[in-house]
Structures are given as structure tokens and as C-alpha cells.
Design a protein around this ligand. Structure first.
Ligand code: HEM
Length: 409
């Protein structure tokens, strides 16, 4: 076994659900080839850190893959139903899935929401929410259902200007839209995904028809529409993109971060290290966005492999973040690690617009958990479910063992 494969083995694995490497689903892809053709799916898989970076900044790699990107799974569906049954027009309008000039024009409209001073000003609001959830938890909390989901859904409603009452509907919508992005070859998935988008845009319309909150995302979008920069469909598209991209990514990450900290027996480190360094290492170790895609618009050579024009490329961010060529002992959680850069938020023009917000939410949640519950253990084995080939952490109930917070069972 060569050096690279030897590092694949997780140092914590012993069969216990908390202790097993949460990334085992995709780490097996981290083989000898940093760029490899997957015959079954008919796509390129990129798992090397250097190679993923090169692809993400390559001008011939288009982000507009939902329109034409095909895996072998799409073939029967496309023959039977045509493109109309695939990803909705609305999703194709997301600036995440567009190249310039459309991409930067739409991104710039909502970018002020994520400026450093806006995120700093939002911190007390986030801290207040975390306080509220942990106060009512009384020493035992399902990190996903009782902390991460309510937190990130209320934050995204606040930023966008959606009524707070809508927050509880975000999880269902995000689930159905996520399925649409990975399994749009299944008619049921398409029906449910389109329904979720319709419901979401109708809530957006309700807000636009009444008082749009000052400084909110919807106010920026409405003004841009009034100035003739974008049309009504763009307003729906960007609003739905922010809900989708900003909610589940963050709630899932907070759950994964708690799980990884327990998994690595590193709970004490939440108090002894800078929150920013803790979050950065946890983002590297187990990201909630395992892959992004690109479509080659011209032949591209990477790591000695020739990617042909029209080929779909999956960039495996989580596996690249565990590349032993880029990180020393990549399967270890090390809060003292000095990370120059990881790929959790992508790289290049499409670098995550909400990265600072996601970091801040996770920092506040972990900092408060670590401080209020200095000794925390799993209360039950975590439960996961498989969602079209991706393992989703569904429940992670932990309890505090500290004197003041402990509850008796
Ligand atoms: C831990 C949480 C998050 C992770 C892991 C994450 C990850 C990513 C990644 C990998 C991309 C790049 C997509 C690509 O290159 O194709 C991206 C883009 C994006 N993210 Fe995030 N994200 C997170 C949180 C957020 C939040 C909180 C928001 C906003 C509310 C957000 C909004 C966006 C947007 C709008 C884009 C598209 C950027 C563009 O195309 O220019 N994300 N995110």
C-alpha cells in the first residue's frame, strides 16, 4: 500500500456510529487517481486538492451544468420525457448555475447582505437564538432538530426578509430541491422539487405585495427589478437560491461539526482554541457540500487526463479536503492545524457568497455549546438517512454531563 492509501484509514474508526469516520461514504473515491473517469456514472471525479482547485478556476469549466450535464442515469429519463422534465427553469436561473455576465450581475445585487459589517451586526441576533435554544434544552438537545435547523432557517428568513413563520417550512422545501439537483432523472423528484419552488416563490410574492423589510434581500431584489437590472423570474430565482444555499448547508454543517468534535474526542478544544480555528478545521474535516459540478466547454487537461468538451465533472470537495498531498494527517481533527485554504466553500468566481455567515453561525453555536456544556456526550446513537446516494445526518442527540446542566434519565 502506498503512502497515499495508507492515510485513508480513519484513526478513530472502531465500528461505533459516533466513532466511525462520518465521511466514509465518499472517502473511498480518494484512490490513486486525483482525476478519474467513472464508467458507471459517465462523469469525471476529481478528488485531488490541487486538481480540484485547477478545475474550479479553469475558464473552460462552466457552472451552467444543470442545463446540459448528463450522467448515465439521465439517459432513459431524457429519452422518455425530454428536457422539460428536468431541472426547472427557475433553478437554471440561479446565478450559481450561470457564467458571466449573468453570474456577476446577479451576485452583485445581493452581495451587500454578506458584507463583513453586516455579518458582525448579525452576531448578537444569532447569539440570542442559540441562547434561547440551549436554555430550553435543559442539558439534552437534538443538535439537528432543536438547534441547527431552527437557527439557520430563522437566520435566512431574517436576511432575506421572509416572515419568521415561514422558517419551519424551509427544511421540507430544501429537501425536495436538493433531490431535484441530484436525481432529476426521477419524475417524482421533479414533481416534488417543482412544487417546493412554487410554494417558496408564492411566499416571496406575498412579501413583495406588502411591506418588504428595510435592508433585506427581498428589498435589494425588488429595487434591482424596479431599476430594470433583473426581471421577476430573477427575483424568484435569487430568493430561492439564497434559501436553498443558505439553509441546509449550514444546519447540516453545524450537526456534522458537533458529531466530528465528539468523534475526535475533542470537546475540550471548543474552549481552548479560537472559535474561528475550530470551525475552519471542522469545515475541512467534514463538509456539508460534498461535491460541486462543472461542464467542460472545451478540452481541458488536468493531471495528465484529457477532459473532453461536453463532459460533466464532479469535484469532490470533501475528499479533496482530505488529500494527504495537501494536509498532513488529513483524517485527524486538529484544532491547532494552520489551514491556509480548504475547498469547503469552493474556489474562484463561485466561491460561497455566504461563507462568512456560515462561519459565524457555526462559531456562535459551537462556542456556546462548549462553554455552557463543558462535558458533552452522545445521548443516543445518531440517526442518518440516505437521500439519493448521500448520507444525511438526521438526529444527533447529545447531553451535558456538567453539574449545572445535567439531567437525570
Ligand atoms: C457550511 C455552510 C456552507 C457550505 C459548506 C457552502 C458551500 C458552498 C459551495 C461549495 C459553493 C460553491 C458552488 C460552486 O462552486 O458551484 C457555494 C456557493 C454559494 N453559497 Fe454557500 N455554503 C454554505 C453556506 C452558505 C450560506 C449561509 C449562504 C447564504 C445565505 C450561501 C450562499 C451561497 C451562494 C449564493 C452561492 C453561489 C455563489 C456563486 O455562484 O457565485 N452558502 N456554497
Amino acid at each position: 500500500m502506498d503512502e497515499k492509501n495508507r492515510a485513508v484509514r480513519c484513526p478513530y474508526d472502531n465500528g461505533d456510529p459516533i466513532e466511525m469516520d462520518p465521511c466514509r461514504d465518499y472517502l473511498h473515491m480518494r484512490g490513486d487517481e486525483a482525476v478519474d473517469w467513472d464508467e458507471d456514472l459517465g462523469v469525471w471525479l476529481v478528488t485531488g486538492f490541487r486538481e480540484a482547485t485547477a478545475i474550479l478556476r479553469h475558464p473552460a469549466m462552466s457552472a451552467a451544468w444543470p442545463e446540459q450535464g448528463r450522467t448515465t442515469l439521465h439517459a432513459p429519463a431524457v429519452e422518455g420525457a425530454g428536457d422539460a422534465a428536468r431541472t426547472s427553469d427557475l433553478v437554471r436561473r440561479w446565478f450559481m448555475f450561470n457564467d458571466n455576465p449573468v453570474h456577476s450581475r446577479s451576485r452583485e445585487i445581493v452581495a451587500p447582505l454578506f458584507a463583513a459589517e453586516r455579518i458582525a451586526a448579525l452576531r448578537p441576533f444569532v447569539a440570542g437564538l442559540v441562547d434561547e435554544y440551549l436554555d430550553s434544552a435543559q442539558g439534552r438537545v437534538d443538535v439537528i432538530a432543536d438547534l441547527a435547523i431552527p437557527l439557520s432557517s430563522r437566520v435566512i428568513c431574517h436576511i432575506l426578509g421572509l416572515p419568521e413563520a415561514v422558517a419551519s417550512r424551509l427544511a421540507g422545501w430544501a429537501n425536495d430541491i436538493a433531490a431535484l439537483l441530484v436525481a432529476d432523472y426521477l419524475p417524482d423528484v421533479v414533481t416534488r422539487g417543482h412544487q417546493a419552488l412554487r410554494e417558496m416563490t408564492s411566499v416571496v410574492d406575498d412579501v413583495l405585495a406588502t411591506e418588504v423589510p428595510e435592508g433585506s434581500g427581498l428589498r435589494l431584489l425588488r429595487n434591482a427589478q424596479r431599476d430594470g437590472l433583473i426581471d421577476q423570474v430573477d427575483v424568484w430565482a435569487t430568493a430561492s437560491l439564497l434559501v436553498y444555499a443558505g439553509f441546509e448547508t449550514t444546519s447540516t454543517f453545524i450537526g456534522k461539526a458537533v458529531r466530528a468534535t465528539l468523534h475526535a474526542d475533542a470537546w475540550d478544544g471548543l474552549r481552548s482554541h479560537e472559535p474561528a480555528a475550530v470551525v475552519d478545521e471542522l469545515l475541512r474535516y467534514d463538509t456539508s457540500v460534498q461535491q460541486v459540478a462543472r461542464l467542460a466547454t472545451a478540452p481541458v487537461e488536468v493531471a495528465g487526463r484529457l477532459i473532453a468538451a461536453g463532459d460533466l465533472v464532479l469535484i469532490m470537495l470533501g475528499a479533496a479536503n482530505r488529500d494527504p498531498q495537501a494536509f498532513d494527517q488529513p483524517d485527524h481533527v486538529d484544532f491547532g492545524r494552520r489551514i491556509k485554504r480548504h475547498l469547503t466553500f469552493g474556489y474562484g468566481a463561485h466561491y460561497c457568497l455566504g461563507a462568512a455567515l456560515a462561519r459565524m453561525e457555526a462559531e456562535v453555536a459551537l462556542e456556546q455549546l462548549g462553554r455552557r456544556w463543558p462535558s458533552t456526550v452522545p445521548a443516543e446513537p445518531p440517526t442518518t438517512r440516505t437521500h439519493y446516494g448521500i448520507t444525511v445526518l438526521e438526529h444527533l442527540t447529545v447531553r451535558s454531563e456538567s453539574r449545572h446542566d445535567a439531567v437525570q434519565f
